[in-house]
Each structure stands twice: as C-alpha cells, then as structure tokens.
Design a protein around this ligand. Sequence first.
Ligand code: FAD
Length: 433
Amino acid sequence: MNVIVVGAGLAGLTAAHRLAGRGLHVTVLEARNRVGGRTHGIEIAPGAWVDAGAAYLGDRHTALTALMADVDLKATPTGMVGDSRFALGDGVQTRPGRFPPLSAVALGGLFDLLTELTRQVDVAAPWLTPRAAELDRTTAAQWAARHLTHPDARLFFDLFLGEMMAADPTATSVLHLSLYLASGGGLRYLNAFEGGAQQDRIDGGAHQLCERLAAGLEVRLNEPVRAVHPDSVRTARGTYPADAIVVAVPPLLADRIEFQPTLPVRRAGPQTACGCAVKVHLVYPEPLWRRAGLSGWSLSADGPLLSTVDDSPPGGPGVLTGFVTGAEADRFTALSAEQQRAAATAQAARLFPQLPAPMAVHVTDWVHEEYSRGCYAALFGPGDWIRLGPHLTTPHGRVHWAGTETSTEFFGLMEGAIRSGHRAADEVLRRSP
Ligand SMILES: Cc1cc2nc3c(=O)[nH]c(=O)nc-3n(C[C@H](O)[C@H](O)[C@H](O)COP(=O)(O)OP(=O)(O)OC[C@H]3O[C@@H](n4cnc5c(N)ncnc54)[C@H](O)[C@@H]3O)c2cc1C
C-alpha cells in the first residue's frame, strides 16, 4: 500500500513512522527545505541550541515523552528558580513566585470563571458542550467585557491569552478558549512550570524529534502539495500515486490545497485566525540574572516582550526568551530587523538592569511564516467549532487528517500533534489489506 503524507511536522512524521513501521510504503512531502514545522532549532553557539518554535512539555504529555524515549532524547528542567520581575504599571517590581502584583481578589475571580468554563466544555466533542452555540459565537474579548469588571482582571486576561495561546482576545471564541484550557489539562497545569506544562524542555532542542523520525523515512523537501486527488497527490515537481493520504498541515494551509472531489466542509472558516507569536532570544555569556537571585521570568503590560523566561541550554550561554504575542506581534513585525533588536534589548535592560548588552539577539517571526500560518496553533474564531469541529477528523475518501488542530486532546501542543499522527496512522492501517 502506497501512502503519501503531506507535511513533515510532528503529526505527519509520527503518522509516517508508525505506517512505515508496519511495512507500508510511505513518502512524506514537505513544503519547506527542512522538517519540523513548528518545531525549529537555532544554534546560538557551537553545540548550544534554543527552540525557536515549540519548547516546553510536562509529565501529562505521555505520547511526547514516549516518543522522546524512542528516539533517545532527554528532558531538561526549565529554569525557574529565583524571583520574578513585573512591569505592570509604574516601574518594575521584583517578587517571589509568579503571582503578579495585581488585585488577588480580581485575579481569583478570573481564575474561578475560567475554571468553570473549562469544567463545562465537552473535550471530546466541544460542539456538544451545553450552550455551545452561545459560547461559540462570543469572542473572548466580548466575554471579558461582560464578566471582568476589575481592570487588573482585564489586564491579566489579555496577557494570559497572549502567553498561553498567542491569541488576541478579539480573534478567538469562548468555546475555543474553554476547549484549549480543558484539553491542555486545565488552567493551573497549563500555566505552571514545576509540575505543569512548562516543566521541561528537550535537551538540545525539540526539532531533534522530527529530525530523528525523518532519518528513517523517505521525505521529499521543497515539495509544497498543490492538489490532492482520489488516487494521487500533485506538487509543482510531479504527481505521486497514493492508495491513502494523510494531510498533516494546519487548517489555513490545508485550505490552500485543491481537493478532488471538493471537501464538503472547508478545513478553516472565514473567522479562523492565526495565533500570533514572535520569539526573541537574547544571548548572554552566562545566565547572569541568576547571580542577582532572579529566575529570568518577567511579565510586562507593554511590549514588545510581554514575558521572558530563562531558556539557557545546560552548561551553555545564558538565554532569555522573550515572547511577543497577540496584537503586540503585529506591531513588532512591522519594525525593521534593527528596530526589533533595539526594542527587545532596551526592554531587557529595563527589566534586568544588571545585565550587559546581549551578545546576540535572534528574532523568529512565526506570523509571516508562509508554511505555518498560525502559531502556536490556529485560533478557532466565532462559529468555527460548531461548523468545523464535527468534520475535523472525518476522512474524505482516502484522505485522513492529522495535525495538532485535529486533536481535542492537548490541542495546539506537540502532544496533540503526536496523538493526531497516531490516530490518522491507525485509520489508514484499518483500511490496509
Ligand atoms: C513559537 C512557538 C511556540 C510553541 N510552544 C510550544 C510549547 O512550548 N509546547 C508545545 O507543546 N507546543 C508548542 N507550540 C506548538 C507546537 O509547535 C505545535 O503544536 C506542533 O509542532 C504542531 O505540529 P503539526 O505537525 O501539527 O504541524 P506543523 O508543525 O505546522 O507541521 C506541518 C508541516 O506541513 C508543512 N506544510 C504546510 N503546507 C504544506 C503543503 N501544502 N505541502 C507540503 N507541506 C506543507 C509545513 O511546512 C510543516 O512542516 C509552539 C509553536 C510555536 C510556533
């Protein structure tokens, strides 16, 4: 049986690996000149890598940790020892832990409301959630305007959505927010470092997962798929016969592919938006903030770096990763490369005045990545879950769907991508003679 997999991200490669392991002939067609998709490494010093894309994982990410063991990769804890820095009003404050200097009552109320939304959502089938239609047509911004009266809750909600989902609250529905939180293990798990979804990173970079999976597979790079027909797949270079096809690309990109016969429901809707995130890596000779008792973590109301985290490779240089998300990412990406570096360096100096100028600043703009269009993941907007949700995993003839956006378990995360790859591969295997 001849299987074509479209997309060499985690989902496509996981599916391809399982299918090839069962003796099927698998070819992976990848648009970029590299594998990995939304995982991508940058070598900041000889042998020292940082994650320009996905980085963090926790102990509930069981498919990911099993895959890491299979391809012989180890986890390293994310550095989070010491005090945090907060720039949420006048000046910058240093405080222990990560709870911001905002009204504890207002933030407690916000967490209660979000926990209630999370509890209500039907994770397996979000469109069947009680009051799904209402939650699906309401944006997170409209919900916040209605429910969050205290300015501290409004401020934190926007920062939280940016940090967690790279989302502008006007672009995502409340049903999507609820599903995202519930499918990722809940608010507290998603937000936490120790014991939560940010507990560890992959030693040497998450991109190695895909590189190691791809090593044993037939992967053709620079092959953007243009059309999928019942028994073949067409790229600019040629046509590949197929008995089964796994399409493992984000929904906004799947909609650029021509399908014959036409899909009954498109993969994205008019309101489906790109998550917006830019990662900035500021490189220092060593993690100098630790000498001042700081963790490197910070939260700011004003950009460009809305949060920073210590992503220093073990034994390597010091690396502060800055996250520029939501509407701030649009403003930042409109700047020249020089202006971006200057703005990021100036903010790092305000947050951590004891630091010298960084030795290097690396900016990774995911907003304008032609073959991602959505990061950390696509944002389902008003109407999307009701209309698209029931069709996300339904095969279209010989076409099966994978990708983190098809997984209601750990939606948007590496874990969701891997689980979707396993599901799609199992669907194909059930059809194979
Ligand atoms: C900045 C950033 C930070 C993140 N942080 C985290 C994190 O800390 N933890 C976490 O778990 N997740 C995180 N994520 C999300 C995680 O990266 C994704 O959930 C996961 O990698 C998605 O994998 P995928 O295979 O579904 O999609 P992708 O990785 O997008 O793979 C799709 C592949 O298809 C290719 N493609 C697209 N169109 C075509 C076409 N027409 N023909 C052929 N190929 C095509 C693309 O080039 C790509 O290689 C982050 C993502 C980003 C960008």
